[in-house]
Design a protein around this ligand. Sequence first.
Ligand code: GLC
Length: 644
Amino acid sequence: MPPTHARALDAAPVDPALTRSFDLRLARYGDDLRAGLRACYGDRADETFERVLRIVAAAMQDRPEALRGLDEARLLAPDWLQDSRQIAYVAYADRFAGTLRGVEEHLDHLESLAVTHLHLMPLLEPRPGESDGGYAVQDYRRVREDLGTMEDLSSLASSLHDRGMSLELDLVLNHVAREHEWAERARAGEQRYRDYFLTFPDRTEPDAWEASLPEVFPDFAPGNFTWDADLERWVWTTFNAYQWDLDWSNPDVLCEFVEIICFLTNQGVDMLRLDAIAFTWKRQGTNCQNLPEVHQLTRALRAAARIAAPALAFKAEAIVGPQDLIGYLGRGALSGKVSETAYHNSYMVQLWSALASRDTRLLATALGKFPPKPASTTWASYVRCHDDIGWAITDEDAADIGLSGFGHRAFLSDFYAGEFPGSFAEGLVFQHNPTTADKRISGSLASLAGLERAVRSGDGAAIDLAVARILLLHAAMLGFGGLPLLYMGDEIALLNDPHWADDPAHAADNRWVHRPEMPWKGVREAALDADRDAPRTPAGRVLAGVRHLIAVRTSLPQLHAAVESQVVSGADRRLLILRRDHPVSTMAQVLNMSEDPVELDAGVLSGIVGDHPREAISGADWSLEVPSITVQPYQALWFLGPEG
Ligand code: GLC
């Protein structure tokens, strides 16, 4: 007999009309919730289970009618995120449109791009002053004052829903701002809240932990612990000194977050981006990232969320090495039980690597080692985001193709900092770590892809190549068969923001170079240009090209995310060839990562899509009954086999 609501809860706060749904959902997800809690909380798991159920039952009862409708709709279309018509757009509310109401006024721009999903960067109340772009949250139940109110957020969510779009927000769960009430109360001496954090009276323990911990911000926040004069203790601060890590081994912390998740989804939030999730569990002697308990916690949170609000999905933000990435979609017994989607950091890094080296072998090696992803989950494919690019390339993968990992990572940093001879890129070095020689890179997609340098030189041919590179990267993202994340401004090829350091709260963090304000006049001009038969400006050409690629993507069920792209290796190293075996038809994509025309043996493609495929981007029928085809510089070709 499945556990019933009456047996699971002492008091029954659930509306009788909802009892049946509650019981069904509990029968479906109760085991996951319990197993996740047991793996993390041992003796306290059962009591935590009861507490979580009470929270989700109350949330279910509070859930607005319209959102219950959405729950039902998504239960009927459990693959909603995998549909090739899904296009996500990522923006800072203030940099995009000033306020949440401003965002609502600019939804037409998103509609013109066929966007279906909007990720608004951190907008919950941050600490005053420096806040790591909003990732130091002071109050999870309030919107940042200058952006609007919680009512504005709900109103935006319902406008989005009316247009068939969904809303994603960040859920920062590894840490809170030093000014968060929990931290204030910890400093005031309340033991309950002291237990929410990891604090130490002297350096003994921090030193022991440091022995195996890497540094996330070695430049402006070295080390992982900060002395707090009020608390008179060392506080665990993985990121900035003002971001206090939470102690997730305390089930009270989990219960707080279950409440926050329920609160946010009941405002209309459809997806939560689980920020810095990799860091949430700590164990001495490890690097305190990607520990098994991280996934068990996610399992428990997801089970709780699916009971309260089945419409809600999770996106894991784990910018980790390739071998650890798959765990965020679920490995082995956790397959399909954690986040619905996760950033494909490895694909992103490998695309930039292939573009710099004009060589796709490393990409093929790295992606070839990925175990299959659970069929119900979706990679988030992206090329740029608000963060820097860290070269998550392992020494083993590099060695497989005869490269030194260290040397290749150094090459990529030099290349994208624009320091390598012949480089087309203009980026900035972020967080140079002299101990490891690690250098990450900031910069906008267009500047990293060569447009800034080309425009400055006034060389028309160089501009053409840069535009082609930008569109190639978009094709790689849109064709991968995941949830593509367009980053604000990339659709009009925005260059690095020369004024990024003007705001004193940003001056120390050069990631602001690629977080520019949306220039609406420029957007309108680009849109007018894009509508011409032959757009003239780089912005107009990129916008027209991106819109076209999106239109093609959304017309192709072959790009449904349940099917994975497989890298086909062995052809010319300058070409990335992806194979997709979708039941509607097979697909072979060819992306030329170089500025050379490249000959490709037609048999490589005809073996996948037959002799007479249609090329979807141009809409042309091709014959592959030829010895070879020529792939133009930076060209993307999406061949479709006959429908089966
Ligand atoms: C994530 C965010 C990044 C932030 C960090 C700490 O990695 O993307 O911008 O600095 O988490 O919250």
